[in-house]
Design a protein around this ligand. Structure first.
Ligand code: NAD
Length: 498
């Protein structure tokens, strides 16, 4: 049994108290124990980060960027090793695990532009003899709390920009798959990051609450489920921190009658069942417009779903998706499937009896497809986070648009159509943060920003892209006049620039 650690001041440090089980979801075995930090442990780590941070902030941005440049090289060097560790704890397929690392790596590449992104504004002669300039300065010690479903990408989305801006970063990764975050911290050290600038503190609610209450921590970035996002946002803000929290999702894909049905069905298969549906940008609701479109879509989806290969990451490229992350996740998904049946949805593809020879104890869930789902059903209202696709039939574009707009979540959505007018109307009117036109999972690239609306995002500014440099810095504006301009004597009113 492997005993995992924290990463403090550039070293692996054992925990001193409670632990949690880390599974291999494919076999169902507990493969490691992860320490769960106490409040005292967290506070001690923050104090060390605070000692290290001023020197890092004073290191010029080009030198900070060079550490990230080297980190990118090391990520590429260790790509297979990272992906293997990721698949083994999370369960996703090996190519998907590489994608997880890759999408984080791309944000680090963006952060190499820190010298440019941190440049301030300057106004020459804002008044007679007066110059005015704004600069962006690091916040100090900041923290990130991340979910299980992207254990490489999301930590990098957080610590990349934070560290590039000159902050020290405390990462509290998911306790379900903590190994890759620890490996990333090792690589940052190898890349030349000074000790104390990236600390990985493993833990659960106790460590999270300690982060939220710690007075030194200036900002908290969170990604995870909506109830926890709301909780963290409220408590962090009440304690005077800058907080951004990204929550759960229920992403709708509208299929217009003029869409290419094969293309739409292929898109739904990848976006609905890829990574066993454990993506915040997964499509969980298919919304065909018109009964004919709905029937055609079911006809196209069923044979594709029947061909899906579910298995362990060790089976290589031959697998479409793997197990879900824990036995509790499997139980929750199957419970919701049962509720769908009980509440009258039509279970067109039933994956409940799925079992994989040799992996009977793994947390595999067969693919499910529901038709004739209605908005009052639990399978529509709740985020299932499993390989379950629900079809809600609508009779018009307006009805489909309204359905997506009335949903409490607003992370991602997509429309499949050949009609430019419809697509344009949809992208303009929809109240959702990330929109795809004939693209089912519209995850923005590193140099744009990522963020949902409504109950999928709390606080200001998005993740990665230019917003992340704003989130992890604060603006200071200087108005400067040299002594020759002070000959006029004191001023007692609000000065207008002359
Ligand atoms: P989760 O909310 O259970 O956990 C996220 C983090 O919060 C973990 O680090 C966990 O330790 C911590 N946490 C859990 N319970 C807590 C509590 N009671 N108090 C304080 N901290 C707590 O989420 P998860 O299951 O790890 O991840 C899946 C969820 O994340 C899904 O809802 C998914 O949609 C969402 N997600 C959202 C985005 C996005 O950008 N919007 C991206 C990825 C995942």
């Amino acid at each position: 049994m492997q005993e995992l650690t924290h990463w403090i001041n550039g070293e692996h440090v054992k925990g001193s108290g409670r632990t949690a089980d880390v599974y291999n979801p494919a076999t169902g075995e507990v493969q490691a124990k992860v320490p769960l930090a106490s409040k005292d442990e967290l506070d001690a780590v923050v104090a060390k980060a605070a000692e290290a941070q001023p020197a890092w902030a004073a290191t010029n941005p080009q030198r900070r960027a060079r550490v990230l440049m080297e980190f990118v090289r090391l990520l590429n060097r260790d790509m297979d090793k990272l992906a293997e560790a990721l698949s083994k704890e999370h369960g996703k397929t090996f190519p998907d695990a590489k994608g997880d690392v890759q999408r984080g790596l791309e944000v680090i590449e963006f952060c190499i532009g820190a010298p440019h992104l941190l440049k301030g504004d300057f106004t020459d002669s804002a008044g007679r003899g007066i110059d005015m300039y704004s600069m962006r300065q690091a916040l100090g010690v900041v923290a990130g709390i991340t979910p299980f479903n992207f254990p490489a990408m999301i930590p990098m989305w957080k610590f990349g920009p934070a560290i590039a801006c000159g902050n020290a970063f405390i990462l509290k990764p998911s306790e379900r798959d903590p190994s890759v975050p620890l490996m990333l911290a090792e690589l940052m050290k190898e890349a030349g990051l000074p000790d104390g600038i990236l600390q990985v503190v493993n833990g659960d609610k106790e460590a999270v609450d300690a982060i939220l209450d710690n007075e030194t921590i200036q900002a908290v970035g969170f990604v995870g489920s909506t109830p926890i996002a709301e909780y963290i946002y409220g408590r962090g803000c009440a304690n005077g921190k800058r907080v951004q929290c990204f929550g759960g999702a229920k992403n709708h894909m509208i299929v217009m009658p003029d869409a290419d049905m094969d293309q739409a069905a292929d898109a739904l298969i990848g976006a609905g069942y890829g990574a066993a549906g454990e993506r915040c940008m997964a499509i969980s609701v298919a919304v065909p417009v018109g009964q004919k479109t709905a029937d055609a879509l079911i006809d196209k989806l069923v044979p594709r779903i029947e061909k899906l290969k579910v298995g362990p990451y060790t089976a290589g490229d031959d697998v479409d998706y793997g197990p879900v992350v824990t036995p509790q996740a499997k139980e929750k998904i199957l419970g919701l499937v049962q509720s769908g049946v009980d509440q009258g949805a039509e279970l067109v593809v039933d994956g409940r009896d799925f079992s994989l020879q040799g992996y009977e104890d793994g947390f595999f869930v067969g693919p499910h497809l529901f038709d004739r789902v209605t908005p009052d059903m639990d399978i529509y209202k709740q985020e299932i986070f499993g390989p379950v696709l629900s079809q809600v039939r609508t009779d018009s574009y307006e009805e489909a648009l309204k359905l997506a707009m009335d949903n409490e979540y607003g992370n991602g959505t997509a429309i499949f159509t050949r009609d430019g007018d419809t697509a344009r109307d949809f992208t303009n009117r929809i109240n959702i943060g990330m929109v795809g036109v004939n693209v089912p999972i519209p995850v923005p690239l590193a140099y744009h920003t990522f963020g949902g609306w409504k109950k999928s995002g709390f606080g200001d500014l998005n993740q990665h892209g230019p917003d992340s440099f704003k989130f992890y810095t604060r603006t200071k504006t200087v108005t400067a006049r040299w002594p020759s301009g002070l000959k006029e004597g004191g001023e007692f009113h609000f000065k207008q620039m002359e």
